[in-house]
Design a protein around this ligand. Structure first.
Ligand SMILES: C[S@@+](CC[C@H](N)C(=O)[O-])C[C@H]1O[C@@H](n2cnc3c(N)ncnc32)[C@H](O)[C@@H]1O
Length: 269
């Protein structure tokens, strides 16, 4: 079958199963099967589609995220390797990174807590070559993926295995960035594919904000005076986040691309 017909049929099947962005998904799957870019696949509707594409479609129909099937996700204009050991970087996290890029003072020592694929730390280091960036995670599997991405992008980021900020010396860090686990395990709004395929340690925190509370507490120890804390949080957590940040200076809540409160920024008193 040729590319044009395959995409039309696959998109219809995906649509009938309630998959949003069915046509885009079908195009990404066929491009991956051809080992070509999305643009190349679109530009060559006459190409013959390899049978691998049908296996990929089957996986997508089973709700596996496209990024795991094709093994990559674009974040801040770069492709990051992903597999089931790491959360797939989200577009809303680009807001956190954009704020970090513009606000962290020159020459700072920065830690990205819970780095996963390394998308935040690597982007930050590549956009701000003056920073000393450390990326940490408790998951060894995640650190392996982050290491692959560090090599792919030739980023100068140190990787460490650490439970939150436990092994950090007091007042030794200038800025802390994090997209922590913040989904309440009882939140029924969570997409089925996300719940079934993405690592639960990357998603869930008791009551949603337990890890955030810990991050704020440990950041207060680890940061220098006036050091910056920037982190992402979930829908409906804005008031609680403000409460947890009581006593910090210059607290700001920033909205994401979809207009939802998403990023907290505060400086250590
Ligand atoms: C929401 S994911 C964020 C991944 C990546 N930073 C991103 O934005 O795409 C949260 C990450 O925190 C890590 N994590 C969970 N508990 C942790 C802990 N106690 N200490 C350090 N990292 C932890 C998970 O392994 C996961 O990689």
């Amino acid at each position: 079958m040729n590319v044009r017909d395959w995409i039309a049929i696959a998109a219809k099947e995906l649509e009938s199963q309630g998959v949003e962005s069915a046509k885009l998904d079908a195009t990404l799957l066929v491009a991956h099967a051809l080992n070509k870019t999305k643009i190349e696949a679109i530009a060559h509707p006459e190409w013959t589609v390899p049978s691998k594409a049908d296996e990929y479609l089957k996986r997508r129909l089973n709700r596996e995220p496209v990024a795991y099937i094709i093994g990559k996700k674009e974040f801040f204009g770069r492709d990051f390797i992903v597999d089931k050991r790491v959360l797939i970087p989200r577009p809303e996290t680009e807001t956190l990174v954009a704020e970090a890029i513009s606000r962290i003072p020159a020459g700072s020592k920065v830690i990205d807590v819970g780095t996963g694929s390394g998308a935040i730390a690597i982007t930050l280091e590549m956009e701000r070559r003056d920073l000393q960036v450390i990326a940490s995670d408790l998951s060894k599997g995640a650190l392996e993926v982050a290491s692959q991405n560090r090599t792919k992008h030739q980023a100068n980021v140190s990787l460490i295995c650490m439970d939150c900020l436990k092994a950090t010396r007091p007042q030794s860090i200038d800025a802390i960035v994090s997209n922590p686990p913040y989904v309440d395990p009882n939140d029924l709004r969570l997409d089925e594919g996300v719940r079934r395929f993405e690592p639960s340690a990357a998603l869930f925190a008791e009551t949603g904000t337990t890890f955030i509370a810990r991050l704020i507490l440990e950041s207060r120890m680890a940061l220098v005076k006036n050091g910056l804390l920037l982190f992402e949080f979930g829908e409906g957590q804005s008031d609680e986040v403000r409460t947890l940040l009581r006593g910090w200076n210059s607290i700001e809540i920033i909205k994401d691309l979809f207009g939802r409160d998403r990023v907290a920024i505060a400086s250590k008193p």
